[in-house]
Design a protein around this ligand. Structure first.
Ligand code: AVJ
Length: 311
């Protein structure tokens, strides 16, 4: 029996063009490499978003009011949500939603230790598929948190569907959304082609992971990290490019890659502020304040979810 990863990789290798979900980057090694990416001089999103959050969290706290319930889509970096939990007026509950139960439990334990009065209730679920949440209790607003420009991994249709679902579960509250901005293509290019090659290692780890977990025989030296900005589609694309004609065996099935053929591993969409607000509005939000950095590299949006909205 093949795992979900094995199944999806088999489908990807058989299809033209070949593509696989970026969610498979994040095994233990991939998560470690992603943490290193966030520290790279070329990779501006993480540090820029943190600085924006630090400067705007007071305003956010005023908008959220007392006793808010924070719903985080993906239990990402504790550093970001901690800023909200510290600045908000007596936040009542924290509901992190993540597919990895292990990661969730660790995050929950740390935050319970730091915020004794906070009710921490992890939800093991795939927030791209389902929005089932525990009943909204208390009188505070429900505030969604989706930082890191993770929304950039969705196609425009998927982003719209996600925002629709979020507007529904957050009715009467709001969504705090981090979105990377369209900018000089050279700045974007450098962020995904760092000098130390950490992003290349992160991309190639998908094949290394397949070798570890699925017993494939990918020769990593025969693949190149290929990342570029597709301006008409407003996205960075990451691919693994076959440097030569080669074959790989997965679960007894042999697949051939010609020289120059690729496996498309990630899209990272970039947004204009107006474009993102228009998308949110189509999904049922009422766009509120937007915070950005002086260089306009990254944006954080407050999106009101109307009380009766898009049920
Ligand atoms: C986690 C999806 C926001 O798109 O910038 C970083 C992932 N990929 N470098 C991004 C990533 C390559 C990151 N997101």
């Amino acid at each position: 029996m093949l795992s979900e990863f094995g199944h999806d990789l088999q489908q990807a290798l058989a299809a033209r063009p070949r593509s696989i979900s970026p969610k498979y980057f994040y095994d233990a090694e991939g998560s470690r490499l992603f943490d290193r990416i966030c520290e790279l001089p070329e990779y501006y999103p993480t540090r820029t978003e943190l600085a924006i959050l630090q400067r705007s969290v007071g305003e956010m706290a005023a908008l959220a009011g007392r006793g808010a319930e924070i719903v985080e889509f993906g239990a990402g970096s504790l550093r970001k949500v901690r800023l909200l939990l510290q600045a908000f007026d007596a936040p009542a509950r924290y509901l992190p939603i993540d597919i990895s139960g292990e990661h969730l439990r660790d995050a929950a334990a740390i935050l319970r230790g730091e915020f004794a009065r906070l009710d921490v209730q992890p939800v093991v679920a795939d927030y791209t598929q389902s929005f089932a949440l525990p009943e909204h209790t208390g009188s505070g607003k429900r505030i969604g948190f989706f930082p890191g420009s993770t929304i950039g991994n969705f196609t425009p249709d998927e982003a719209l569907a996600f925002l629709h679902g979020a507007a529904r579960v957050l009715r009467g509250g709001a969504l705090v959304l981090g979105a990377d901005l369209v900018k000089d293509p050279q700045v974007l290019h450098a962020a995904y082609n760092d000098a130390q090659g950490v992003t290349a290692a992160f991309n190639l780890n998908l094949l290394a992971r397949a070798n570890r977990e699925l017993g494939t025989n990918f020769q990593l030296a025969q693949f190149a990290h290929y990342a570029f900005y597709n301006a008409p589609l407003q996205r960075i694309e990451m691919h693994l490019l076959s440097r030569a004609k080669q074959a790989v065996v997965l679960a007894g099935e042999r697949f051939t890659l010609e020289e120059g053929e690729t496996l498309h591993t990630e899209n990272s969409y970039k947004f204009t502020i107006d474009g993102l607000r228009a998308l949110a509005q189509r999904a049922g939000f009422r766009p509120g304040p937007v915070w950005t950095d002086p260089e306009r590299l990254f944006s954080v949006h407050w999106l009101h979810a109307p009380p009766g909205g898009s049920a």
